[in-house]
Design a protein around this ligand. Structure first.
Ligand SMILES: [Zn+2]
Length: 247
């Protein structure tokens, strides 16, 4: 098995909202392909291709996060560039349903979705939709949806396991993958980039910052125990993984 990174554009973000620091940062938007013998998995799928031309529906979000996203960077194109047909993806697992993680769902017609129940419910909470935190246009395309509660062993063999890491959102989860080289955990937005974990920088926004701190501490324990963490938006680490990722 491999964990292969797909770069699905970038967003320009003000650091103030993330770490409380000055300046802006360019964050890679990632999808992660995992070729389990029983099915091709994609963990997160990037932004809606409509945002390549028109970002107005992001509303207030655009004040903090501006897409840098162009034709050929959407998930279906990235798969095709690798010789994979979009309908070859069997499972889409979501860290969470924000616009930069679930917006490519409509491009992968035959996949089953795997998401924490709390996240799917939050993504259909009209108040949160009205507030611009979620938009069903990103993820509601009539796919079969498997809502899971807590830790979930996706194939029943311990090789791909959902680990709840709530805080950034109500139903955020990380994904643990057992590679031949050892365990890897895709952190999603529980940790944007490594320095945030080293310095325990918890963003001031999100569903519950205390919960997020606890989830970050849990991931730090996994790292201390020998798990390799792959962060959600770490430009340097992302580059270091290379096009073929980890095996
Ligand atoms: Zn997010």
């Amino acid at each position: 098995m491999r964990v292969v990174p797909l770069e699905l554009g970038r967003i320009e973000a003000g650091l103030g909202i993330i770490t409380g620091e000055q300046g802006t940062v360019s964050l890679p938007i990632a999808g992660w392909l995992i070729d389990h013998p029983e099915g091709l998995v994609l963990f997160d799928n990037g932004m809606h291709p409509g945002l390549q031309h028109d970002t107005t529906r992001l509303g207030r979000t655009i004040d903090s996060f501006e897409p840098d996203y162009h034709p050929g960077e959407e998930v279906s194109a990235r798969l095709t560039q690798r010789g994979i047909r979009p309908d070859d993806v069997d499972l889409m697992i979501f860290s969470h349903l924000h616009f930069d993680h679930a917006g490519g769902t409509g491009e992968l017609p035959d996949a089953r979705l795997v998401v924490q129940r709390a996240e799917w419910e939050a993504g259909h909470d009209q108040r949160l939709i009205d507030y611009g935190i979620y938009d069903p246009v990103d993820y509601d395309h009539g796919h079969e949806v498997e809502q899971v509660d807590g830790r979930h062993d996706v194939f029943g063999d311990g090789r791909v396991v959902c680990l709840p890491t709530p805080g950034h959102t109500a139903g955020h989860q990380a994904l643990r993958v057992e590679l031949d080289s050892g365990p890897v955990v895709l952190t999603g937005d529980c940790v944007y980039f490594e320095r945030m974990l080293n310095e325990m920088l918890v963003p001031g926004f999100g569903y519950d910052t205390d919960l997020q701190r606890q989830s970050m501490e849990g991931l730090r324990e996994l790292r201390d125990g020998g798990c390799r963490l792959i962060y959600g938006h770490d430009a340097e680490q992302f580059k270091s993984l290379g096009p073929d990722g980890l095996a």
